[in-house]
Write a protein that binds this ligand. Structure first.
Ligand code: ADP
Ligand code: MG
Ligand code: ZN
Length: 706
């Protein structure tokens, strides 16, 4: 049997496995039933694809969507893997051809729609061929508790009944215990091995920004992302339409997607997005289920999602390829009122209760000052060792509080003047001097608090009100309309006996934040390669990412490979892609490098790559050293190399900032090459590893010591 690492490298061009992949693959090969829970982009496909390549039969993969099947099979074929699919999009002749391939043992993988199993002819053929095992992708579709129930999936119970000895592998990104148990029971898994990966998506950065002027805010961000793919979610079709035209008017390639468009048009826009004939899709939440586009660089929420689960799923469509991607939510408390009205219209008490709870959980998240990532993981009942990350707004720039006593007094006294009978919308209207009929008609323009707020707008006031609610200075009641009333706490504020601190209104500008590691490629060359990829993709009628991933192109534009040998070192370049596509890309790189006298940079050798892989999986230095049987100092050395080459590593973990300062001071005196001397000067408290990290930092930043 071929070694699975070799298969990984030869067919997929990857050097290391992602977390859990290796363990899962070994269990699948050993013939166990396996349940795989991994977030989107976690790398579930390889878990059944690699076993299929070392086994001699055919693996049957059940997949719910025709578009996903095609994508997967196109990708596999590009990697030189014998794969095909059977579904209603094929003509009878094409279907017969696939069945022949199956019977002639020419397929390592066959993708089918679930209903296919119920077809007599197919079922009979299946009983005559050698099957490795069955893989059920998107297995949550079998459960009514999941978010995407498909009755056809129920037919899968047939597998266990008629193929008793064949292992079953179920894969999903939906992790609730109820769905999990449902899947296990309905498929009839036996003594299953359950693997659950972390739901953390380290390459996604989360940000929430106050929604002031959403069309301009979004436009200003999107222009900085020209040529990159992004999805913008809106709650209403109307907003989708407005935003899409606004972007188009400004020369941005954006298209709308919502249920009001014809099927044909929706399909067309989706394809344009996949084929990169458009950059941006502005969509209602219905968009995204049927696509696996790996290089979506940002997801923007124009409106508050209705639950944290929706938020996680929708933001999760960014960055499947593992490259840094932005998740941005424009938040205004006004959205909450919108939902509250919407929820009030729901039929059952139970539904209202659940929706309300979900909404409030979402609002808490949006208003919170804690690390966004930690909160999301906690929501999925994952305990995170760290309290902070370095890629969410709250960790990067903590919000400040300010003494808000005066504005709070204005708000509270307005509540009082209105006899505690109105909601936030009315109150903010009175405070800002609105001439709306509801206010003037009630003579509320005669109140002493009418129009006394000029320094904040209504959205900002709503945000303050929400914070006052959560701090207990206001209370909300009423079913249809939320009425605000005072509490015992508010009275002491009104009497001037207590100060109130609120979050400072946030004017953080909406700019794109790319990790250094990822911009560390030659952007001009990258764009040339991207253009070439697009041309080749169009010629073969494939999405560009099937030819090469963005990661592969970025590496090409960072290492400038100029021979086949060097080219094969690039992530994602397996034997087949080397054979099929290396030539034009190499030519492009050589043509680019020659006049500029750019030499190829040799990629890390294998040992460094393995260390890096383990590090990216979240292992610490000691664990890596133990696993590899190497000294910790060697592991530090490997990571320092990758760090200098652009890997994003927070070196504060290895050398506390105070020590960095001291080491830097000595370097300034002695020069940064003289390690032994530096060590001697610093003494026992400083290790070589620490000194080398600071050295690496200098080398990386290319700054000259003054
Ligand atoms: P999922 O089905 O869990 O959402 P996929 O199987 O589609 O995820 O994988 C997401 C992306 O990660 C794909 O582009 C895939 O090629 C890539 N990938 C998977 N495993 C690895 C690996 N070991 N090394 C590098 N890239 C990987
Ligand atoms: Mg998948
Ligand atoms: Zn954080």
């Amino acid at each position: 049997m071929q070694d699975i690492h070799q298969v990984l490298e030869q067919y997929f061009g990857y050097k290391t496995f992602r977390p859990l992949q290796e363990e899962i693959i070994r269990d699948v090969i050993a013939g166990k039933d396996v349940f795989v829970l991994m977030p989107t982009g976690g790398g579930k496909s390889l878990c059944y694809q690699i076993p299929s390549l070392v086994q001699s039969g055919t693996t049957i993969v059940v997949s719910p969507l025709i578009s996903l099947m095609k994508d997967q099979v196109d990708g596999l074929v590009q990697n030189g893997i014998r794969a095909a699919y059977l579904n209603s999009s094929l003509s009878p002749g094409e279907q017969a051809a696939v069945l022949r391939q199956l019977q002639n043992k020419q397929l390592a993988l066959l993708y089918i729609a679930p209903e296919r199993l119920a077809q007599d002819q197919f079922f009979r053929i299946l009983q005559t061929v050698f099957i490795n095992f069955f893989a059920i992708d998107e297995a949550h579709c079998i459960s009514q508790w999941g978010h995407d129930f498909r009755p056809e999936y129920r037919q899968l119970a047939i597998i266990r009944k008629h193929f008793r000895d064949k292992p079953l592998v179920a894969l999903t990104a939906t992790a609730t215990p109820r769905v999990k148990n449902d899947i296990i029971e309905r498929l009839g898994l036996r003594e299953e091995q359950i693997y659950q990966a972390s739901f953390n998506r380290p390459n996604l950065s989360y940000r929430i920004i106050p929604k002031n002027d959403p069309l301009s805010q979004i436009h200003d961000y999107v222009v900085t992302k020209k040529g990159e793919s992004g999805i913008i979610y809106c709650q209403s079709r109307k907003t989708v339409g407005h935003l899409a035209s606004r972007l188009q008017e400004n020369g941005i390639r954006a298209l709308p997607y919502h249920a009001g468009l014809s099927d044909v048009l929706r399909k067309k826009h989706q394809e344009q997005f996949i084929n990169e004939d458009t950059d941006v899709i502005v969509a209602t939440i219905a968009f995204g289920m049927g696509i696996d586009k790996p290089n979506v660089r940002y997801v923007i929420h124009h409106d508050l999602p209705q639950s944290l689960e929706h938020y996680y799923q929708e933001t999760g469509r960014a960055g499947r390829d593992g490259l840094p991607s932005d998740c941005i939510l424009l938040y205004s408390y006004g959205d909450v009122f919108f939902y509250e009205r919407f929820i009030a219209e729901k039929q059952s008490e139970e539904e209202r209760r659940i929706s309300k709870a979900q909404l409030h959980r979402m609002v808490d998240y949006a208003q919170s000052k804690l690390c966004r990532r930690v909160q999301l993981l906690q929501y999925f009942a994952e305990t995170s060792l760290q309290k902070k990350c370095d890629s969410c707004d709250n960790c990067l720039s903590p919000q400040e509080m300010f003494d808000a006593t005066i504005i709070v007094q204005k708000i509270l006294s307005c509540v009082y003047r209105l006899r505690q009978r109105f909601g936030a919308n009315h109150i903010t209207g009175v405070l800002t001097g609105s001439k709306a009929q509801g206010i003037v008609g009630r003579n509320h323009h005669l109140l002493s608090t009418y129009g006394i707020v000029t320094d904040y707008d209504r959205n900002q006031l709503r945000t303050f009100i929400y914070e006052l609610l959560s701090q207990g200075y206001l209370r909300q009641s009423g079913d249809q309309y939320a009425i605000l009333s005072l509490t015992s706490k508010s009275r002491s504020v009104l009497k001037g006996m207590e100060k109130v601190f609120l979050t400072k209104p946030d004017i953080r500008i909406f700019t794109s934040r790319q990790k250094e590691a990822e911009t560390a490629c030659d952007l001009r060359l990258f764009n040339k390669l991207r253009f070439l990829r697009k041309q080749m993709a169009d010629k073969q009628n494939l999405p560009p990412y099937i030819i090469f991933s963005d990661r592969s192109l970025k590496e090409m534009a960072a290492y400038f490979p100029q021979t086949s040998e060097q080219f094969s070192q690039i992530t994602g370049v397996g034997a087949e892609k080397l054979r099929m596509h290396a030539k034009p890309f190499l030519q492009e790189i050589i043509d680019y490098c020659k006049p500029l006298k750019i030499c190829p940079i040799i990629k890390y050798n294998n040992t460094v790559a393995i260390t890096l892989g383990l590090y990216r999986e979240g292992k610490n230095i000691r664990q890596i050293a133990e696993k590899r049987g190497l000294a910790e100092s060697t592991i530090h050395g490997h990571l320092q190399q990758t760090y200098i080459n652009g890997e994003s590593i927070n070196i504060d973990k290895f050398v506390v900032p105070e020590k960095q300062k001291v080491i830097l001071q000595v370097f300034k005196e002695l020069g940064y090459e003289r390690l032994a001397l530096t060590k001697e000067r610093l003494g026992e408290d400083y290790s070589y590893a620490e000194i080398r990290w600071v050295q690496a930092k200098i080398l990386k930043s290319n700054t000259i010591l003054e």
